[in-house]
Design a protein around this ligand. Structure first.
Ligand SMILES: Nc1ncnc2c1ncn2[C@@H]1O[C@H](COP(=O)(O)OP(=O)(O)OP(=O)(O)O)[C@@H](O)[C@H]1O
Ligand SMILES: Nc1ncnc2c1ncn2[C@@H]1O[C@H](COP(=O)(O)OP(=O)(O)OP(=O)(O)O)[C@@H](O)[C@H]1O
Ligand SMILES: [Mg+2]
Ligand SMILES: [Mg+2]
Lengths: 256, 256
């Protein structure tokens, strides 16, 4: 039975996609069977793993609207043991279309039900908003992973995000846990990073991943090659820390 | 007659808020009367200029739903000649509420009509999405300013953004111009920044602002003090470049 992770934070640019791409690749490299689901209309996870959005016949849009089953839209990535349920531009219209549909918050959860057993981990990359697409991910998930960039504005939005998570836990998915906050783009040279990290640890205590992702330019170069960091530059600091995070996530899974 | 600018890009974390806060403050410092409108439910521009979102009686939410006039929600900032129409958390529900309302795309434009004459420039900070709030800003605007972070993923979304701008130009606001793309977080030490900047200049030609915003840690520290950069650290590189951008924007306004 796979563990489903929603990677969510409505603050933009905090490292949701970078984490979805590189954590899923690192879990696959560690021998796990992994599916990554891209429900962000920007489709950055889809292109970050080398797929060409224009060539895709089906996408997560068709699955959410119930036109096809999840299996039909799933594609292999260039990495063994890593599959992807890709996003295309038509996903941009999904939120408005979903609003008036029955069980609109459960569409993704229902779609994943028949494919969950094939994977050890399913990671869902969310858009920078708290709308219906992110609510679908939180309703489908066992755990939510919250990337927090070590900057001031990223702290501000956490209250809003947690209140939506609580709403989902009470009304839609009592099973959902805040498994952890992941500190990203940590720059040891600045006080700001240190202050934000202290603040986050004070508030979230043991729900902060021990692995901290430093700012590393190789991570921002890899997407232009459509590769995860462990393919683009396996010796980089970025590749190391995401593999360290994968080990931490696997150990957590064993506790469940 | 004030010039209305929408600061928009659905890619998250590209510097929309940082530009809204610091360009508006720099325009005010140059003697212009400026209003900054925060229509992002995150409310980062509101707190970035030192307002406490919890203490606000009215906000842009009440204005969009037609409960009050714009004037009633406008507040002075700590800077002379800079006012703000703030956002609060209830704005998060606005998109779903607006969907079923009459002339839903024109709510902001109508709200600004009676106050436009009091300001030389009105800047609107948008959320990281292409939903109804951003469409309201584009419908109300004379010009759109598109911040583009010098990173790969930021390039990818430009096509989608431009097609929404074209849609707004044909159906809602034929007057809207793409005044310019602003390159942000430029890091001269990396090839990536150079490559992205070249790519953007090739595509947008003369519609790229000459001012390029470099990565500057003082810009990311200022928000935690609720201050624009020219108050927090007037001698910093960040303060200099945003004042340079203000001069460029003023010169453009004179051409119109
Ligand atoms: N640790 C890091 N070091 C350096 N650059 C990074 C790091 N993590 C992410 N980036 C870069 O920062 C930018 C933002 O990251 P990313 O796109 O993953 O964030 P996001 O939260 O998915 O954004 P959005 O809110 O738009 O979906 C990207 O250009 C990415 O390449
Ligand atoms: N030139 C810069 N140098 C250094 N840091 C910057 C710069 N511009 C913005 N930042 C920081 O980068 C982060 C993202 O910027 P900002 O919040 O302004 O982007 P945004 O596009 O408004 O994000 P969102 O999509 O969430 O609204 C913030 O923490 C900000 O302080
Ligand atoms: Mg993303
Ligand atoms: Mg912003």
């Amino acid at each position: 039975m796979g563990v489903v992770w929603a990677i969510a934070n409505q603050k933009g640019g905090v490292g949701k996609t970078t984490t979805a791409v590189n954590l899923s690749a690192s879990l696959a490299a560690a021998g796990k069977h992994v599916l990554v689901v891209d429900i962000d209309p920007q489709g950055n996870t889809t292109s970050g793993l080398g797929l060409n959005r224009g060539e895709l016949e089906w996408s997560v849009y068709d699955v959410l609207l119930g036109e096809i089953h999840g299996e039909q839209a799933i594609r292999p990535s260039t990495l063994p043991q890593l599959d992807i349920l890709p996003a295309t531009v038509d996903l941009a219209g999904a939120e408005v279309e979903l609003v008036s549909m029955a069980s609109r918050e459960f569409r993704l959860r229902e779609a994943l039900r028949s494919i969950e057993d094939r994977y050890d981990h399913i990671l869902i990359d969310c858009p920078p908003s708290l709308g219906l697409l992110t609510v679908n991910a939180l309703t489908a998930a066992d755990s939510v992973l919250i990337p927090v960039q070590c900057e001031y504005y990223a702290l501000e939005g956490l209250g809003q995000l947690l209140s939506v998570v609580r709403l989902v836990q009470t009304r839609l998915n009592p099973h959902l846990r805040v498994q952890g906050v992941l500190l990203t783009m940590y720059d040891a040279r600045t006080n700001l990073s240190l202050e934000v990290a202290e603040e986050v640890k004070k508030y979230f205590q043991d729900r902060v991943f021990k692995t901290i992702i430093p700012r590393n330019v190789r991570l921002s170069e890899a997407p232009s090659h459509g590769q995860a960091i462990l393919v683009y530059d396996p010796k980089s600091r970025g590749a190391e820390v995401y593999q360290q995070l994968a080990r931490e996530v696997i150990a957590l899974g064993e506790e469940v």
